[in-house]
Design a protein around this ligand. Structure first.
Ligand code: 16G
Ligand code: MG
Length: 547
């Protein structure tokens, strides 16, 4: 085992000094905070990525520098494991430990010992960043970290989070039976658009889809995508300004649409009634669809609507292919899924509920032959198990109709980015289903009606006092609070409410839904009031809307 080059580490960790009095935490989305305090974190994450690769025998690890839908001044970093999945949970602890260590060398020695890492192993890392202004300096700090272990590193430049995940998987599966595609952006776009073109071949031409790129890195990718798509899908790109300071995610993008349930003002005179529009988030891994109805009212088609559309379509194809006894299609949601979507899906497919965060959904989806997972906020994808992919490849259909359905399924495995939720790939997937069903947004929307719902944030003294069970649907702490929430929810028709501590902000989140809009709001604010009072909030500063 070759020793650590402690002199280099000392010198560089001096250059990338850790700020005092700040505690960093590797959470559900990696490290994420103000970009201008992340320098030391990026340096240390570079070293960690090298260690992770050595631990996995030199397989390539991904590093993505992004803060997704957060404000432009924020930034963040997360590691990607060899098949394009999120970093294994046990390593999140190492990440946090290294980021906060006053003595980096001894912390590194602890991690190396604890994880039993052989430093003589090779290490490979591929990294990318979004369009944030703090990105280049943070990447330079990351590169210094990579130098410490002489990592063989590849700079994938400015690109989307899902493309980085794709590259990681493509690099690690190159030349194997599970080869995922060419390890280049060109490979990504060709794979996806070739499958798309086959899937929509012979369907009537579609009217133009308007894409809100959130003034982020999705704009760059969408411009390239449109070239590969040619006339197979007419698209119009909006909010593509990646250079004017302050515009990223500002009053636009998937998070704005989901949280405000409004059309980004910049699209007001651009989206025609009935036309399909969609928003990407700042790193293009979340997708929201929408349209304006005949009265000009904004209608949102969120992750739940996507899950129901896609889940039932794939279920139908499996049946048409004559494979329903061999391939089980299932779906995974979180407690935030609208009750109406859960009902719609459950009547067609098995549905599981798991805790918030992509990694929980992804792992649960792996337990199905075909697992369709989406969070209401627009994160999601579809996973085909390796055995299912083989089965599709080997299956001998007995009728032309079965043959056609089989070909569609195989093309879906190529269209869908199975490494991670991908706004552009999900968007093409939605477009395929709409083309096959000959649906506009209106018809898609009419499959079921969302229950009115409300999400409220409550600032409390200590959000760790809130502990949940049953996929976050029930509180176990503070004691007694759950019973009071249920008692309130029972007073409203279709009432459902749950409370969980946020994993990304220092707040507690309250969700409520009910059959009637005003009741959903009232329930949410009552539960929020209950949370506020129970968690020891100052009654004098109790928000007025908490009834
Ligand atoms: C992160 C998660 C997202 C989740 C959100 C919840 C990933 C890549 N992202 O953004 O899936 O919905 O956190 O945030 O896992 P919250 O804990 O603050 O409600
Ligand atoms: Mg994102």
């Amino acid at each position: 085992m070759s020793p650590l080059s402690t002199d280099t580490i000392q010198a560089l960790s001096h250059v990338h000094a850790k700020p005092d009095n700040i505690r960093f935490q590797y959470g559900t989305a990696g490290f994420r905070t103000l970009g201008n305090i992340l320098d030391s974190v990026l340096f240390r994450t570079g070293i960690l990525a090298g260690l992770r690769s050595k631990k996995l025998d030199g397989q390539t690890i991904g590093v993505m520098v992004t803060a997704s839908h957060n404000p432009e001044a924020d930034n963040g970093v997360k590691l990607v494991d060899p098949y394009g999945e999120m970093l294994e949970a046990s390593w999140e602890i190492y990440a946090t430990k290294l980021a906060n260590a006053p003595d980096l060398i001894s912390a590194l020695e602890d991690v190396i010992r604890d994880a039993d890492i052989d430093l003589s192993k090779p290490s490979h890392v591929v990294y990318a960043r979004d369009t944030r202004p703090s990105g280049p300096a943070l990447v330079a700090a990351l590169e210094d970290g990579l130098k410490v272990l002489n990592v063989d590193a590849r700079d994938a430049g400015v690109t989307t989070t899902p493309i980085l995940h794709y590259l990681v998987r493509a690099i690690n599966t190159k030349g194997t039976k599970n080869s995922y595609g060419e390890d280049s952006e060109q490979g990504y776009f060709e794979k996806m658009t070739n499958a798309f073109k086959k899937l929509v071949a012979g369907r009537p031409p579609r009217d133009s889809l308007l894409i809100d790129c959130a003034n982020g890195v999705g704009a760059k990718a969408a411009v390239e995508l449109s070239e590969y798509l040619g006339d197979s899908l007419p698209i119009t790109l909006e909010n593509t300004d990646t250079t004017t300071p302050g515009v990223l995610n500002n009053m636009c993008g998937a998070d704005f649409v989901k949280t405000t349930q409004k059309l980004p003002p910049s699209l007001a005179n651009k989206l025609k009634p009935g036309q399909r529009g969609c928003s990407l988030d700042g790193d293009a891994d979340r997708l929201m669809y929408f349209y304006l109805d005949e009265r000009g009212q904004f209608r949102m088609l969120d992750g739940d609507k996507i899950a129901t559309l896609v889940g039932s379509f794939i279920g139908e194809l499996v049946k048409s292919a004559g494979l329903e006894d061999k391939i089980k299609v299932g779906s995974v949601q979180t407690a935030y899924a609208n009750g109406a979507s859960t009902k719609y899906l459950s009547e067609r497919l098995p549905v599981r509920c798991v805790s918030t965060g992509v990694k929980h959904l992804h792992h649960a989806a792996e337990n199905f032959d075909v697992g369709v997972y989406f969070e209401a906020n627009g994160h999601g994808t579809v996973l085909f198990s390796p055995a299912t992919t083989d089965r599709l490849r080997e299956y001998q259909p007995s009728t032309p109709a079965q043959q056609t359905a089989l070909e569609h399924l195989i093309n879906l495995t190529l269209l869908i980015n199975q490494a991670v939720g991908d706004a552009l790939s999900d968007m093409l997937l939605v477009e395929v289903v709409l083309a096959h069903k000959n649906y506009t947004g209106i018809e898609w929307d009419s499959l079921y009606s969302d229950l009115p719902n409300r999400l409220v944030k409550v600032v409390v003294a200590d959000r760790n006092a809130f502990q949940t069970e049953d996929a976050e649907r029930r509180l176990v702490r503070p004691e007694g609070l759950q019973a009071r929430i249920e008692e309130l929810a029972h007073r409203y028709e279709g009432g459902r409410s749950f409370v969980r501590p946020s994993g990304t902000e220092d707040v507690v989140r309250v969700y409520a839904e009910a059959v009637i809009r005003t009741q959903a709001d009232e329930l949410a604010f009552r539960v929020a009031g209950l949370v506020y009072d129970t968690a020891g909030g100052d009654p004098a500063r109790r928000p007025k809307e908490f009834l």
